[in-house]
Design a protein around this ligand. Structure first.
Ligand SMILES: [Zn+2]
Length: 179
């Protein structure tokens, strides 16, 4: 398995497009009006832009703290995508899983985490047992968020990963500072 590839320019654009759809679906599902989105500070990073989750995981979420001098510190949730794990899964599977629907599924999952952490529905620093049940819940919610999307390639992804939460990495360590 090749673990040295990162997204090319076209793939990176698809990631951004999938991220926009994932954000919109999550906002719609949780009925977050546009003006309140700024309360859910988050961004996205691929391997070219910084470290990702442990090898093999598709993505995770880490919590950062902004350190702007003129504002008080705020929490920012960063979704970290592991390019090589995504690309390797796509090239090794033989069931017709496609890039965009897989990214949409992965990023919707991580956006559900972000909304639940940022709104206090889930604790970022939870104990192991609570983390596991939260992970199962996020898997269920992700399917609900995407249930209104009538798209066969996306259905295939949802079915393929229905019982594979391990590919969605455990949350990484807390990063103390965010510049
Ligand atoms: Zn997860």
């Amino acid at each position: 398995m090749a673990f040295d590839r990162t997204f090319n320019v076209a793939e990176r654009r698809e990631v951004d497009r999938a991220f926009e759809v994932a954000e919109a679906r999550a906002a719609e599902f949780y009925r977050i009006p546009g003006r309140e989105w700024s309360l859910f500070l988050h961004d996205l990073q691929t391997l070219r832009e910084g470290p990702g989750p442990h090898p093999g995981a598709f993505a995770d979420v880490v919590k950062l703290e902004s350190t702007g001098t003129d504002t008080r510190p705020r929490e920012i949730y960063r979704i970290r995508v592991r390019d090589d794990a995504i690309l390797s899964a796509l090239s090794s599977r033989r069931d017709g899983i496609q890039f965009f629907p897989l990214m949409l599924y992965v990023l919707t999952h991580e956006m559900v985490h972000v909304v639940r952490f940022a709104s206090g529905l889930a604790a970022f620093d939870a104990e192991e047992a609570a983390r596991e049940s939260e992970e199962q819940r996020v898997h269920r919610v992700t399917r609900q968020v995407l249930s209104c999307v009538d798209d066969e390639p996306l259905r295939r992804v949802i079915e393929a990963y229905r019982s594979a939460p391990a590919t969605f990495g455990p949350r990484g360590g807390r990063s103390p500072k965010y510049a």
